[in-house]
Design a protein. Structure first.
Length: 407
């Protein structure tokens, strides 16, 4: 069979773009197909969302050569302050106690996406953009992929297709992989505020009766706000004038950073858990949100997705060195096995956090308050939580371990 490329990646977002960059130094001929133009990406409101990147994620981005280009626009998280509104329970995780420079970093999605797209355009990777994957037929010999670019249709053949096309993945649908979906009935309201006092590299996670509220410190002394609310309440908050919204936000967060002023429009992201029932099929693998679209409460989506990237990259780099077929069942099964436990752990953890911390029932609210108080007095448990927050709780694939220094 003739192959136009060895590996075709559908989706040049965070996961797909990073995988292509990880493979550029190999002998594999890689093509990336991305539906959205660079200009559309630069101006999309969704790009405003702030990502809390775990320490482990930053190490992988550094290894991929991405971090250097974006580090100046990232803010370190030196402490995480977790509290429950209206209760005494609180705890604080600290980078110093963990012996690291930062527990993680905050950066807007747009900064990384733009940098990755630019790096892709300048690389040896074939970058087809704007082009959309619309059809797929995989067999034991290879995969035939149908693409649409404006009015033009084209076909490509590859040894392996990787679905990195997000929560609404066409690849997942075309492979007829079933998905589990849970609508949380919640919306994340995202905005930016300038507090009166410098957040001093502290991230705040505050659990309120109506949902969790996160303040993430940005590089310019502001805080990126992610406020999760039941969808009806979110709609009402979105409809308020700025001053009334700010009053509600101030009331929920309190005055530990003094008065807040609003410095960006509000955006609403409806929250649904989407989980593919399989992450591999014949000559096909899924990575990132195409496998798991999570609630952002624990800030784990991209952190988890980048570990998919690192794992698949590690296997493909080894296959290149050993002359193995990149779409072999053996390789794909190893990818599936290596990723399953991490997926289950993070999805389960995120789901529990949503259930416990979005709940107004008194016993649960008392339990989480007691849990936060207990946590504050159990250094080993705090250390475990901090390791998870840093993305260091499980095995880090080789792409993440063979590292240059961060920053
Ligand atoms: C409010 C909010 C806050 C978040 N906060 C955090 C956080 O703090 N930390 C964290 O780790 N994660 C966070 N996340 C999650 C994070 O944004 C995602 O996990 C991440 O963007 C997923 O990247 P991806 O590349 O898998 O998918 P996407 O970013 O969805 O990229 C998919 C790409 O595929 C392209 N595409 C789609 N269909 C096709 C097609 N048919 N053909 C070709 N291309 C196609 C799209 O244009 C897109 O570029 C947050 C998410 C939200 C909504």
């Amino acid at each position: 069979m003739h192959y136009d490329c060895d590996i075709l990646i559908a989706g040049g977002g965070l996961a797909g773009g990073c995988l292509a960059l990880a493979l550029q130094a190999t002998g594999w001929r890689v093509a990336v197909v991305e539906a959205v133009t660079d200009e559309q990406r630069r101006t999309s409101p969704a790009g405003d969302r702030a990502l809390a990147l775990a320490y482990g994620t930053v190490r992988v981005l550094d290894r991929l050569g991405v971090w250097n280009g974006v580090a100046q626009q990232a803010a370190p998280i030196e402490q995480i302050h977790i509290s429950d509104r209206g209760h005494f329970g609180k705890t604080r995780l600290s980078a110093r106690q963990e012996g690291v420079e930062a527990l993680g970093y905050v950066i807007t999605a747009r900064v990384i996406e733009t940098h990755v797209a630019e790096a892709l355009s300048a690389s040896s990777v074939e970058y087809l953009c704007p082009t959309r994957i619309i059809g797929l037929k995989s067999g034991s010999e290879g995969v035939c992929i149908s693409l649409k670019s404006g009015d033009d249709s084209l076909n490509k053949t590859a040894r392996l297709v990787v679905g990195a096309d997000g929560g609404n993945s066409s690849v997942r649908r075309l492979l007829e992989i079933k998905q589990k979906t849970r609508d949380y009935g919640q919306t994340a309201i995202v905005t930016l505020v300038k507090p009166q006092h410098d957040p001093a590299h502290t991230a705040y996670e505050r659990f309120t009766a109506s949902g969790p509220l996160a303040f993430l410190p940005t590089s310019d002394g502001c805080c990126s706000v992610i406020w999760t609310q039941v969808s009806d309440e979110a709609e009402a908050l979105m409809a308020l004038p700025d001053s009334a919204f700010l009053e509600r936000l101030q009331d929920a967060f309190g005055y530990r950073l003094g008065r807040l002023s609003l410095c960006a429009p509000r955006r609403g992201f409806p929250l649904t858990l989407v989980q593919a029932e399989q992450m591999i099929a014949e000559r096909a693998a899924l990575i990132g949100n195409a496998v798991h679209q999570l609630h952002p409460v624990a800030g784990q989506g991209f952190n988890l997705g980048l570990r998919d990237v690192a794992q698949l990259a590690e296997l493909l780099i080894r296959a290149d060195a050993e002359g193995e077929d990149p779409g072999s069942n053996r390789l794909l099964n190893r990818y599936d096995e290596a990723r399953r436990r991490d997926h289950q752990a993070v999805i389960g953890f995120t789901d529990q956090v949503v259930r416990i911390f979005s709940n107004r029932l008194l016993p649960l609210s008392a339990a989480r308050n007691a849990g936060l108080m207990a946590l504050d007095h159990l250094p080993w448990l705090k250390h475990t939580l901090a390791r998870h927050a840093m993305g260091m709780g499980g095995r880090v694939p080789r792409v993440g371990r063979m590292l240059r220094s961060v920053r």
